[in-house]
Design a protein around this ligand. Structure first.
Ligand code: SF4
Ligand code: SF4
Length: 394
């Protein structure tokens, strides 16, 4: 458990105040849950405070790595960072440590010592290393959705579509490419040389195994000569911008990585493009990987604000206080009921928005899980990606 050694003093910074279980009262004027895991399972060990205590126990020998339910407690968490933003603003622990990193280190320590991950995560690992995507589709079919769309021979700008948009929510990848073409931005793709970015395996603690994917993608991008990589996936964005430099031991990558919402905000503004009217009431769901982990919150809202007729009404829990969609951190695969419940909680929050037509997000995995929530509750809301909304106005 070498990775956990650095926490031997840090764990004592946690004052057990439990502020990490509720969204910022001062901003929301109400006590509202922020931790899906603790809210669903209802025991202290499932909140951040409990997992930090678990780390203390593992370091000091009070908890055995093969303790009953240990893996369940460690992995039934979306690593969403809801706890972190509350803790950061109010406590000493938050000023010195980020729970997202802490809990990923905990998972990595359990994997490295042969205890973790869960069988579902081993399945993700086997499939991803074999197919280069977790969906078990031959990777040479990754860009089938392009369907004759225009792609440049020039490689300065690469669109890194990611696995979920390539194999499941293809309309997001198609909308992204259609917008790029309408704006006249020349771009290329890596084809079957684009492999899974590694996010699902990293979040499950499979850090050593993920290096194969990270090194492959990094080398493929550098070899292509790309100076800019566009992604429309919040998970790919976080992984490429934060995990790649850290795990490759680099201060900076040789190329810029930009999320499609950032790129489109910049390009629409620069070109002074007038967008077509859409009469629709929407709310915006902040993906954890984008809004909390990478602080990208304004740009998607600015793009929405440029579309005439679109009325944006925020969720009660929004921006850094957003409730997670439920899918991340390996939860959708290992705990499908918990993932669905988390999504349903978000959809029920949307019920409070008058005349709502659509929930809009900026992540294919969020879209996937929110759609499951909407359908299971029999709601009629559309679930759209920002790229789909924008394309309709171009
Ligand atoms: S808010 Fe931070 S210090 Fe307070 S219990 Fe949660 S993790 Fe510990
Ligand atoms: S990362 Fe999210 S689910 Fe996990 S303990 Fe923190 S708030 Fe709860």
């Amino acid at each position: 458990m070498e990775i956990l050694e650095k926490y031997n003093k840090l764990v004592y910074y946690c004052s057990h105040c439990r502020l990490c279980s509720i969204a910022n009262y001062h901003e929301l004027k109400e006590w509202v849950p922020i931790c899906p895991s603790g809210s669903y399972y209802g025991f202290e060990s499932y909140y951040a405070v409990g997992r930090i205590e678990l780390i203390r126990g593992l370091i000091e020998g009070d908890v055995s790595p093969d303790a009953e339910d240990l893996l369940q407690i460690v992995y039934a968490c979306q690593v969403c960072g809801g706890c972190y933003v509350q803790c950061k603003d109010h406590t000493a622990f938050g000023s010195v440590q980020n729970q997202v990193d802490t809990f990923e280190d905990l998972r990595t320590a359990l994997v490295d010592s042969g205890v973790g991950p869960m069988p579902a995560h081993l399945e993700i690992k086997e499939d991803t290393l074999k197919y280069h995507n977790p969906y078990k589709v031959p990777n040479d079919q990754r860009f089938d959705w392009l369907e004759g769309r225009k792609v440049s021979d020039k490689k300065e700008i690469i669109y890194f579509a990611g696995c979920t948009a390539s194999f499941r929510e293809k309309e997001i990848a198609q909308a992204t490419v259609d917008i790029l073409n309408k704006l006249g931005i020349e771009f290329s793709v890596l084809g079957s040389d684009e492999w899974c970015c590694g996010s699902p395996m990293l979040r499950s603690g499979l850090r050593k195994d993920t290096m194969e994917l990270i090194e492959h993608n990094y080398n493929a991008i550098v070899k292509s000569g790309a100076k800019k990589v566009i992604t429309s996936c919040a998970g790919c964005y976080k992984t490429l911008t934060q995990d790649y430099p850290r795990l490759l031991g680099k201060d900076k990558l040789e190329f810029e990585v930009i999320h499609s919402s950032q790129l489109f905000k910049k390009e629409l503004k620069k070109r002074g493009i007038k967008l077509n009217q859409q009469d629709i009431t929407i709310t915006y769901h902040d993906p954890c990987h984008l809004a909390r982990h990478a602080s990208v919150r304004k740009d998607p809202r600015r793009v929405i604000g440029m579309i005439p007729g679109v009325k944006l009404i925020e969720f009660q829990r929004n921006n850094k206080n957003a409730w997670c969609c439920g899918a991340g951190g390996g939860v959708k695969k290992a705990f499908p009921d918990f993932a669905l419940w988390t999504s349903q909680e978000r959809v029920k929050e949307a019920d409070n928005i008058p005349n709502l037509d659509a929930i809009v997000s900026t992540c294919p995995f969020c879209k996937r899980n929110l759609k499951d929530g909407v359908e299971s509750l029999g709601r009629k809301y559309q679930v759209l990606d920002l790229t789909e909304l924008l394309l309709k106005s171009l």
